[in-house]
Design a protein around this ligand. Structure first.
Ligand SMILES: COC(=O)COc1cccc(COC(=O)c2cn[nH]c2)c1
Length: 243
C-alpha cells in the first residue's frame, strides 16, 4: 500500500519512521511518502495561502498550489483516494481504518490556517475521484498533521504482516463486537494492596470470557452510551442484557 502525506510541516510526520509503521516502511509493506507542499509553489516566497474571500480572520490555503501537489502525487492512478483531515468532516472510525487498509493508494492533504480552498475537494470529486473529509474528533487542531499520524497508524497496523500476532488485532476496542476493551491485568498478582479479579486465575476459560464480556458491556454502557445504541442487540443473549 502507498500513502502520500502532503504538509507544510513534513518533519511533523517523522514519528512515522518509528515503531510498527517504521518497520512496515522498511520492510516494504507500506510505501509512505511525505511531501512538502511548498515544493509546488511557483513564487520566490513559496506562498501557500491568501486572505479569505468574504472576509474574516485568518488565511486560506490556495487551490492552485494544492492542485499541483495532489495532481503530482495522485498521478493518473484511478485508485488514489484523497483524504483531508478536517474538524468539519465525517468522524474517522475503525471502520474507515479497516476499509483504507484494503486500498492501494491514499493521499492525505494536511490543511492549516482556516483550511484549504473548498474547490480542491470539489475538483477531485468532479473528476470522479474518491475524496473523504474526515475528523478524528470534536476539537480543533492547528493542522492536519496530527490527524494524519492518527490515520496512518490506525491503517498501517492493519496491513497484513505489520503486527506480529494478527490475533491481537481481532479482540480490540471498537472491533467487530462494537464494545470497549475490558480491563487487563498482569503480574504481580498483588500490587499496593490491590488484588486481581479471582476469575482470571481460575483457568476456567468460559468464565473468564464471560467476565471479560460483562466488563466490556459495563464499560461501554458507562462511557459510550452512543455505542450501546448501535450494538447488535440480537447478538447478545439474555445474560448479557441483565447489566
Ligand atoms: C477541507 O478541509 C480543510 O480545509 C482542512 O483544514 C484544516 C484547517 C485547520 C486544521 C485542520 C486539521 O484538522 C483538525 O483540526 C481536526 C481533524 N479532526 N479533528 C480536528 C484542517
Amino acid at each position: 500500500m502507498r500513502i502520500d502525506v502532503v504538509s507544510i510541516f513534513p518533519d511533523y510526520l517523522a514519528a512515522l519512521d518509528l515503531s510498527l509503521v517504521g518497520k512496515a516502511r522498511r520492510s516494504g509493506l507500506l510505501d509512505l511518502r511525505v511531501h512538502d507542499l511548498r515544493d509546488w509553489t511557483a513564487d520566490r516566497h513559496r506562498t501557500v495561502d491568501d486572505t479569505p474571500f468574504g472576509g474574516g480572520a485568518g488565511m486560506v490555503m490556495r487551490p492552485d498550489v494544492w492542485g499541483a501537489a495532489i495532481d503530482s502525487v495522485l498521478g493518473d492512478d484511478p485508485e488514489g483516494h484523497l483524504v483531508i483531515p478536517t474538524p468539519s468532516g465525517e468522524v474517522f472510525t475503525q471502520r474507515h481504518a479497516e476499509a483504507f487498509a484494503t486500498e492501494t493508494h491514499l493521499v492525505v492533504a494536511c490543511g492549516r490556517y482556516e483550511g484549504i480552498d473548498a474547490r480542491v475537494a470539489e475538483r477531485y470529486r468532479a473528476a470522479g475521484r474518491r475524496v473523504s473529509e474526515l475528523s478524528i474528533g470534536d476539537y480543533v487542531l492547528n493542522g492536519g498533521e496530527v490527524a494524519a499520524l492518527v490515520m496512518v497508524e490506525a491503517v498501517g497496523r492493519l496491513l497484513p504482516g505489520v503486527v506480529g500476532n494478527p490475533e491481537s488485532l481481532v479482540e480490540e476496542s471498537h472491533g467487530a463486537a462494537g464494545l470497549l476493551e475490558y480491563p487487563v491485568y498482569t503480574k504481580p498478582p498483588a500490587w499496593e494492596g490491590l488484588e486481581i479479579p479471582e476469575v482470571l486465575l481460575s483457568g476456567h476459560h468460559a468464565k473468564i470470557d464471560r467476565w471479560r464480556r460483562d466488563r466490556a458491556l459495563e464499560r461501554t454502557a458507562a462511557r459510550r452510551p452512543d455505542m450501546v445504541a448501535a450494538l447488535d442487540v440480537a447478538g447478545l443473549d439474555k445474560h448479557d442484557l441483565r447489566l
